[in-house]
Design a protein around this ligand. Structure first.
Ligand code: ZN
Length: 359
């Protein structure tokens, strides 16, 4: 090989090594050696930086006998044996089955015992108990007419109880209730499948279970809310499983963007179903409601959820079931045999293993 060629070759190789060294330096590629500081491994995932807890219970009737007790001054009577604060929930939800209106001392119609109202003071009952939000979309919403419905909303507002599902202005029926807790935004919609006696035009004051109106509203709020909840009042009473139409509606809600569907109206609890990332609580049963004619109308559960926000994502989880002994004065269920029965019934009707969520 001529001398000039070998010089060129050495120069080229040297240039190549120099170029590699420069690139390596620029890219901060460091050779592994003892003098290099150990770099801690990246964290497994972004930490939870905020969370909010939510507990949901079923039907509360502050009319009939309970309403009379409240009218006599025993405002806290229904919750005297049940301290909602024990659930340590940031948000407490239930379905307010009775309107709250002044009917001159009447809390049930003399003509029909399925027409009832709680007195105005019922709003204070809920506030004192620690209730945050109620659904008012149910079959009793118009038991005493549109004016009583308007009164209900006013009494709840006066006690700072949030509500969803009814309004005297039809255009705001599907405006979501947006709750923000610890920087977590939860949108709640409440709808009812029907209203007693099907009064003409009821869908103007009680949000109907109409996917054509609900879903666009859900999609619109999805942009600003971290979670979307749908409270659904409907189905067949005193049965053991959701009616096909109820099941279909709940599935459509999850597929349409809801995270959780909270069902009520059958007066007995059903199972809990996972569907994709969503959860359907098919029926929460009764919470404060005296219906001793059936075993399961007087035994139900609440469900506690935890919502979490991380750096780059949000997620929620079912935390636990809270077994309940229902009545005029609802209590926590402490009897192990009864709790076991309720747990087994719920498991049988659910589509995933709920054992670890049961306490
Ligand atoms: Zn109902």
């Amino acid at each position: 090989m001529p001398v000039t060629t070998s010089i060129r070759l050495v120069a080229a190789v040297t240039l190549l090594i120099l170029a590699e060294l420069i690139i390596a330096h620029r890219l901060k590629i460091r050779p592994v050696g003892d003098d290099i500081e150990a770099v801690p491994p990246p964290p497994a995932g972004p930490a939870v930086w905020s969370s909010a807890s939510f507990v949901a219970y079923g039907d509360v009737n502050l009319g009939r006998t309970v309403g009379q007790r409240i009218l006599k001054g025993a405002v806290d009577h229904p919750f005297a044996k049940f301290d909602l604060r024990e659930d340590s929930a940031d948000i407490v939800f239930l379905n307010l089955e009775s309107p709250l209106s002044d009917q001159g001392g009447e809390t049930v119609s003399p003509k029909s015992n399925i027409v009832f109202t709680g007195p105005p003071e019922g709003a204070r009952t809920l506030r004192n108990a620690g209730v945050t939000v109620v659904s008012t979309a149910n079959n009793h919403a118009l038991d005493y007419g549109v004016s009583a419905l308007g009164e209900t909303v006013r009494h709840l507002d006066a006690q700072n109880i949030l509500h969803a599902g009814t309004s005297t202005s039809p255009e705001s029926l599907f405006l979501p209730l947006l709750i923000e807790k610890n920087s977590i935004k939860i949108a709640i919609f409440a709808v009812s499948a029907f209203v007693n006696f099907n009064p003409k035009g009821w869908e103007r004051t009680v949000a109907p279970a109409d996917t054509g109106r609900l879903f666009p509203a859900m999609r619109a709020v999805r942009k600003s809310a971290d979670f979307v909840l749908v409270s659904y009042h409907g189905g067949v009473e005193y049965t053991n499983a959701p009616a096909p139409a109820t099941e279909r509606f709940a599935a459509q809600c999850i597929d349409g963007g809801a995270d959780i569907v909270l069902g009520h109206h059958p007066h007995v609890t059903f199972g809990v179903h996972r569907r994709g990332k969503g959860i359907v609580v098919h029926s929460l049963g009764n919470f404060i409601f005296f219906q001793p004619q059936h075993y399961w109308t007087q035994r139900s559960y609440g469900v506690r959820f935890v919502f979490e926000k991380r750096e780059d994502s949000v997620r929620f989880r079912l935390d636990r079931f809270i077994p309940v002994k229902v009545g005029f004065q609802t209590e926590r269920m402490t009897d192990t045999a009864q709790t076991g029965l309720l747990r087994r019934r719920t498991q049988r009707l659910s589509n995933f293993d709920i054992t670890s969520h049961w306490k």
